[in-house]
Design a protein around this ligand. Structure first.
Ligand SMILES: *[C@@H]1O[C@H](CO)[C@@H](O)[C@H](O)[C@H]1NC(C)=O
Ligand SMILES: *[C@@H]1O[C@H](CO)[C@@H](O)[C@H](O)[C@H]1NC(C)=O
Ligand SMILES: *[C@@H]1O[C@H](CO)[C@@H](O)[C@H](O)[C@H]1NC(C)=O
Ligand SMILES: *[C@@H]1O[C@H](CO)[C@@H](O)[C@H](O)[C@H]1NC(C)=O
Ligand SMILES: *[C@@H]1O[C@H](CO)[C@@H](O)[C@H](O)[C@H]1NC(C)=O
Length: 334
């Protein structure tokens, strides 16, 4: 296990050059959601992965999580599903037909996972996940999460179902969220709900238009909002930038598979193998390539002090899921 305490990490002389050299990044400006892909491009080629290798990787990931949880919480006493408040588990989707629990993390291929699960559970009349509209996969009434059951129903699912989640480099996820919700003309919702307040709080001499529309939030202002302790006093972060461990509680829930965005296709294959899917549905064989240059350019817009605070904020995600600034550890995705 390699820990890199924050202080050490920032001793790297050319810090920015080290970051994300190999991390794949998607959502470069201009690219939108998965919908841009043509359905006909998804003729599934049946790829078989090395099951033993993938299981070995899973073992390592779970071991790392156990250790990181112990480090973070002192001991493992109380870190148990039984001590969870079920009303906080609104991201853990239950697919009863397949006895699956999927904790979805926004900005980590969750649309394609929801689409795939819609087919698996007979909610969509197609064998091609990409033919399902992204919006249809996100409608709340489509899914039951652990808030839709009684506590004992939820506990028995946590005990008996196959549980999985997917994670991604925390900074990469943040940049992706920023680009998608603030930079791209994706929707006015985030600009109204968050953008206007961010401009008001963190910009000197904002224009009336910026105050009214919240349309031109910079990455640096977004980061300032994230690291401002006041932002969390009003409640948890929006799900797109809420730390992954808060959404999925991996210290309390023993996930059977922890997938990574960096190895999305093979990890998804593993989940579907385990889900006794009988190859009825395959995970879409597309993965947007990450744009390293874009991530680096966004991170270079913030100060080192902002970067340190940002790291602190997401430190547990970094530790639990084995992300650090070392090229190697992101390469082997262990
Ligand atoms: C998608 O593929 C179909 C069939 O090959 C084709 O007719 C259609 O024009 C394609 N659409 C786009 C947006 O490329
Ligand atoms: C559980 O969480 C909900 C909302 O997240 C909160 O309203 C409730 O008080 C919590 N219950 C307990 C027993 O902590
Ligand atoms: C699914 O599609 C088949 C063939 O097009 C059709 O016969 C069937 O009624 C559809 N089922 C639902 C639930 O829409
Ligand atoms: C589950 O509960 C949420 C929140 O109360 C609700 O919006 C959703 O429709 C429920 N889902 C189902 C399938 O009943
Ligand atoms: C968003 O829309 C504005 C006004 O139409 C345009 O100037 C800007 O370039 C667009 N931004 C992106 C990222 O497409």
């Amino acid at each position: 296990m390699q820990w890199y305490p924050v202080k050490k990490i920032f001793l790297f002389p050319s810090f920015f050059l080290f970051v994300f050299i190999v991390v794949e990044f998607s959502n470069s400006p201009g690219s939108e959601s998965y919908d841009i892909y043509n359905n006909s491009a998804t003729e599934q080629t049946k790829i078989e992965y090395d099951l033993k290798k993938l299981l070995r990787i899973q073992k390592n990931r779970k071991k790392r999580i156990r250790n990181a949880c112990r480090d973070a919480y002192g001991n493992l006493h109380g870190l148990h599903r039984k001590s969870l408040n079920m009303s906080s588990l609104d991201h853990v989707i239950s697919v009863d037909q397949q006895h699956l629990l999927y904790c979805y993390v926004p900005k980590v291929a969750c649309t394609n996972w929801k689409r795939t699960l819609m087919i698996l559970s007979g909610k969509a009349n197609t064998s091609n996940p990409l033919s399902i509209l992204a919006d249809d996969s996100h409608r709340p009434h489509v899914w039951k999460t652990l808030v839709n059951f009684t506590t004992s129903e939820s506990q028995s699912r946590l005990e008996n179902y196959y549980k999985f989640m997917f994670v991604r480099h925390p900074f990469e996820r943040l940049v992706s969220a920023y680009v998608n919700k603030f930079y791209q003309n994706y929707s006015d919702y985030f600009r109204f709900r968050y953008g206007r307040a961010i401009v008001q709080s963190y910009r000197k001499n904002p224009t009336d238009e910026a105050l009214a529309r919240g349309h031109d939030v910079t990455f640096s202002e977004f980061v300032q909002y994230l690291i401002d302790p006041k932002s969390r006093e009003k409640g948890p972060f929006n799900e797109h930038w809420r730390p992954m461990h808060e959404l999925c509680r991996p210290c309390h829930i023993k996930y059977d598979t922890i997938g990574k965005y960096e190895t999305l296709l093979e990890d998804s294959w593993l989940v579907l193998e385990n889900a006794q899917n009988n190859h009825e549905v395959g995970f879409p064989q597309i993965q947007k390539r990450s744009n390293v240059v874009v991530v680096k350019s966004y991170l270079s817009q913030i100060t080192e002090s902002q970067l340190k605070k940002l790291y602190k904020l997401y430190e547990l995600d970094f530790r639990l899921f084995g992300y650090d600034f070392q090229v190697e550890s992101n390469t082997n995705s262990l």
